[in-house]
Design a protein around this ligand. Structure first.
Ligand code: MEV
Length: 332
């Protein structure tokens, strides 16, 4: 047992296939260089404490509260983390590693904006589980960590596909389909801009709104989701030609708008980017606000687009895609 456990995990962008991935179609997902960092320590008594100084959050859960999080709601921002952490403690108890008489405190410092489509909840859950396993000197495999974090994602997002926790645990750029991952190497250098609409939204609500639309127009929406899957497959071959990739991003954005997950601000940002030379732009994640990803023509064009959007008051930054998923221990 250590005095302190440390871990970090990355956020992600979805290059194509959000929402359709919930229905089993493929998505292209990339971990990014924004990370959630967690320190874990032991509490004197039972319980789970979650501290997020940047958000002014300090929340304590009894084990019962953490376990029953589905029915109670103590704090939307931390309930899913408490649930995932409880799953881990239960696992450690079952395997005889910890008697759980002393609970854990986790301190979260995250660079990933929340409710913005960049997978912050999954990154925090994965990093929390990583930090606690570090505290107990346990080397859990990433598959298990991702699975435990997924339990928290169900609390946060209803019927998630698992892309966010998978990207946070494993990192890299991957084609994600029905829980299977295929990593892509040639995409690491893809320069992408991320623009935050600053319009908050809830993944759970958007995923269920799409489900309702699907129920009302099963045939039509089914075809749209299937087409999104085809767009993603074509994107896999579009990495050699950025013009094609940009066009495919635009097609994906149009399809996303047709299932009701775009937003006035998303459309405005896409329009500004496109009319200033971007090859493509689309929402990323659940939509309804959150972030837009933009594929610039080149570095010079990226600066032009950045300038225009900053002038409009948006936060915009360049991403580098991250090959590093969960990192355990000091230094990161
Ligand atoms: C994930 O960031 C966005 C959605 O595709 C939901 C999911 O995959 O769980 C909308």
């Amino acid at each position: 047992m250590k005095e302190i456990g440390i871990a970090s995990a990355p956020g992600k962008v979805i290059l194509g296939g959000e929402h359709s991935v919930v229905y089993g179609f493929p998505a292209l997902v990339a971990a990014i260089n924004l990370r959630a960092k967690v320190h874990a320590t032991l509490l004197p008594d039972e319980g789970i404490e979650i501290i997020a100084p940047d958000l002014g959050i300090r929340q304590i859960y009894t084990y019962d509260e953490a376990f029953n999080v589905k029915e109670i709601s103590i704090n939307h921002a931390t309930d899913n983390i408490a649930f995932a952490v409880y799953q881990l403690l239960e696992y450690l108890m079952k395997t005889g590693i910890h008697d759980t008489k002393r609970g854990v405190s986790i301190q979260v410092n995250s660079e990933i904006p929340i409710s913005s489509g960049l997978g912050s909840s999954a990154a925090v859950a994965v990093a929390s589980i990583g930090a606690i396993s570090d505290l107990f000197d346990q080397e859990l495999d990433k598959e298990l960590i991702s699975k435990l974090a997924f339990q928290g994602e169900i609390i946060a997002h209803g019927t998630p596909s698992g892309v966010d926790n998978t990207a946070a645990a494993f990192g890299g750029v991957m084609l994600f389909e029905k829980g299977n991952m295929q990593w892509l190497d040639q995409v690491q250098e893809l320069p992408i801009l991320i623009c935050n609409t600053k319009v908050p939204r809830e993944t759970k609500r958007l995923v269920s709104a799409v489900r309702e639309r699907y129920k009302r127009h099963e045939n039509l929406v089914g075809k749209i989701l299937d087409t999104m899957g085809q767009v993603v497959r074509e994107m896999m071959h579009g990495f050699d030609d950025k013009n094609i990739l940009g066009e495919l991003m635009e097609i994906n954005q149009g399809l996303l708008a047709s299932i009701g997950v775009s937003h006035e601000t998303i459309e405005k940002i896409c329009w500004i980017a496109k009319s200033n030379g971007a090859l493509g732009a689309k929402l990323t994640g659940a939509g309804g606000g959150g972030c837009v990803i933009i594929l610039p023509k080149d570095e010079e064009n990226a600066q032009v687009i950045k300038g225009k959007l900053e002038k409009e008051g948006y936060d915009i930054f360049s991403t580098s895609l991250s090959i590093k998923g969960l990192l355990i221990g000091n230094g990161e």
